[in-house]
Design a protein around this ligand. Structure first.
Ligand code: DGL
Length: 273
């Protein structure tokens, strides 16, 4: 008997290139899937924007992308958007949406000192959704909500080859490191998908070693579960889109090569305005 083969198509969306850290995990989990990555370069950065603007940007981008791509599943690879727009998206479209939200539960379970920090954009730390997660899962912990104003933009520029000001990075992560008597922070949640792009720097610039939690593998497992009935032989394809319709340039190719070297996507990336 020949096993059914249906190739899944996954649309991965972020305001910028941070969601590529989630795409990397998805490609590892589901090499057989077709991937479309979309970056909302018209809206980046989402972090400082009012909630109503983020909702409008994501809903508009999704209307165009879902219409043209017809994906089987959408991964919102952005905490700033997911903590806000998932209910709106699910009300409008019936395809499955997998979100990326701060990994507060695993951090609270892992922490031995019961002191955790959530490193995110100013938008994500101000959300009711985030505060509800803290209340629900981390009531026994001291939680520092750290809204970093510049980190996403620093990561976005760095991954495209620009010089990184490490003093700025150190200043942005400094509030994550808290001492209280004999106890100190032992767990920092990377609650913005751009931040794993700077993890090497975070580890080096941290005042003491902590456990950095990146939710990407868990998101990939969730998407895999959602698409468990759609599997195919061989490796799927990949394309990249900017919401502005801009064509991928050298900087983007460098970023793709850096983040997704295993698939050497740079040559294959195509723009489809
Ligand atoms: N990558 C996005 C996140 O996970 C935020 C970047 C931005 O400010 O647009 O929150």
């Amino acid at each position: 008997m020949i096993a059914a083969s249906i190739r899944a198509k996954i649309l991965v969306f972020d305001s910028g290139l941070g969601g590529l850290t989630v795409l990397r995990a998805l490609m590892k989990q589901r090499p057989d899937a077709d991937f479309v990555y979309a970056a909302d370069d018209l809206g980046f950065p989402y972090g400082p924007r009012p909630e109503s603007e983020v909702v409008a940007l994501v809903m508009n981008a999704m209307a165009a992308l879902i219409g043209s791509e017809q994906p089987d599943c959408v991964v919102i690879a952005c905490n700033t958007a997911s903590t806000l727009v998932l209910p709106h998206l699910r009300a409008k479209w019936s395809i499955p949406f997998v979100g990326t939200v701060p990994a507060i539960k695993p951090a609270a379970e892992f922490s031995a000192t019961r002191m955790i920090s959530i490193l995110a954009t100013p938008g994500t730390v101000s959300r009711d959704y985030t505060r509800d997660l803290v209340e629900k899962f981390a009531g026994h912990c001291d939680v520092a909500l750290v809204g970093a104003r510049k980190l996403a933009s620093l990561a976005e520029a760095f991954v495209q080859g620009e010089q990184l000001d490490e003093a700025e990075v150190a200043a942005e992560i400094a509030p994550c490191f808290v001492v209280s008597g004999e106890r100190r922070t032992d767990c920092v949640v990377l609650a913005c998908t751009h931040y794993p792009l700077l993890k090497e720097q975070f580890v080096r610039l941290a005042p003491w070693p902590v456990h950095w939690i990146d939710p990407a593998p868990a998101i990939a497992r969730r998407a895999d579960h959602v698409l468990r009935d759609r599997r195919a032989e061989g490796q799927g394809g990949f394309s990249f889109r900017y919401t502005s319709g801009a064509k991928p340039d050298e900087k983007l190719r460098a970023a793709l090569q850096k983040i997704l070297p295993a698939r050497a996507m740079a040559e294959k990336a195509t723009a489809q305005p």
